[in-house]
Design a protein around this ligand. Structure first.
Ligand SMILES: Nc1nc2c(c(=O)[nH]1)N[C@@H](CN(C=O)c1ccc(C(=O)N[C@@H](CCC(=O)O)C(=O)O)cc1)CN2
Length: 285
């Protein structure tokens, strides 16, 4: 039997409607309009498209967004000064710098400059620490979206063996931490893992986040497993994930498509984080 599809596009639309209603209530009852500042350096087409998506989605739910498009040869100092500006702006509740950055700019110095209380990407070391220590803080958007997809489809995490392939700071490590927080037994695999299939075959929940098209094949899957594909790879003008979707869907219990799976949840969780930040700054419960 073919796997059930974890439809991120559909879930994202439903969540955005919930967020839109919450934003409207915050505005009507408290006069607070959530504000998001997005800084885009350079002209990478994929980054431009993601930023356009963030701006459009913000407008649709009533979040005020400011997008600064900055030249590719921008100095790190100028970017840090723009961040300082938004750190001080009381109408802005969330700040993000679209990644990747050009080589002359150090990502860690930029991320660390964002006020942790406005770090809606959840990349600042303060928020990373909160995720690991179990405290309240911003959770990175893609991992938060994955957890939301699993929960909303009533898939049991506690006691499951979750295998995460990929150890990036944006997806692999935080999603592993979130699954651990939900009482999964977690294994993290990466490019140096020997015999990857040995681990993936044991996964009740498999998260693939490496950026290698077709890395996960049907023979690497436990029958009935939940397969979450975070890969976004362009092959011959087509968008494909890290999972061989057509073959794996015949063996898995649940599977995310690419496109239309995890991707749309990323921007939705950014809206959620911005709303949460505005509520927190306004002391709204
Ligand atoms: N500051 C950040 N930079 C980056 C992040 C991030 O969370 N914060 N994540 C990615 C890019 N990203 C958001 O910024 C992102 C990636 C993919 C999607 C998405 O909706 N994908 C669609 C396909 C879209 C397409 O055709 O390309 C899908 O999978 O269905 C949204 C946002 C790196 N940088």
């Amino acid at each position: 039997m073919s796997a059930q599809i974890l439809d991120g596009k559909q879930l994202a639309a439903a969540l955005r409607e919930e967020i839109r209603r919450d934003v409207e209530e915050l505005r009507a009852k408290r006069g607070i309009v959530p504000g998001l500042a997005v800084l885009l350096v350079g002209d990478d087409p994929a980054s431009q498209s993601y930023v356009r998506g963030k701006q459009k989605a913000s407008t649709e739910v009533g979040i005020h967004s400011v997008v600064e498009r900055l030249p590719a040869d921008l100095s790190e100092q100028t970017l840090l000064e723009r961040i300082d500006h938004y750190n001080e702006d009381p109408s802005i509740h969330g700040i993000l710098v679209q990644l990747p950055l050009p080589p002359q700019i150090a990502e860690d110095r930029v991320i660390t400059r964002i006020s942790p209380g406005k770090d809606v990407d959840g990349f600042h070391p303060w928020n990373v620490g909160r995720l690991y220590s179990g405290g309240e803080g911003f959770v990175p958007c893609t991992p938060a979206g994955i957890l939301e997809m699993i929960r909303r489809n009533r898939i049991e995490i506690a006691g499951a063996h979750a295998v995460v392939v990929g150890r990036s700071g944006i997806v692999g490590k935080p999603v592993a931490q979130l699954l651990l927080r939900e009482n999964a037994t977690v294994t993290i695999c990466h490019s140096k893992t020997k015999d990857l299939g040995f681990y993936t075959k044991q996964a009740d929940i498999l998260v693939a986040a490496v950026g290698r098209p077709g890395l996960i094949t049907a023979d690497m899957i436990k029958p009935g497993a939940v397969v979450i594909d975070v890969g976004i790879n362009r092959v011959d003008g087509r968008l494909v994930g890290d999972v061989d979707f057509e073959a794996v869907k015949e063996r898995a219990g649940w599977i995310t498509p690419v496109p239309g799976g995890v991707g749309p949840m990323t921007i939705t969780m950014l809206l959620y984080n911005t709303l949460w930040s505005a509520k927190r700054m306004g002391n709204v419960q």
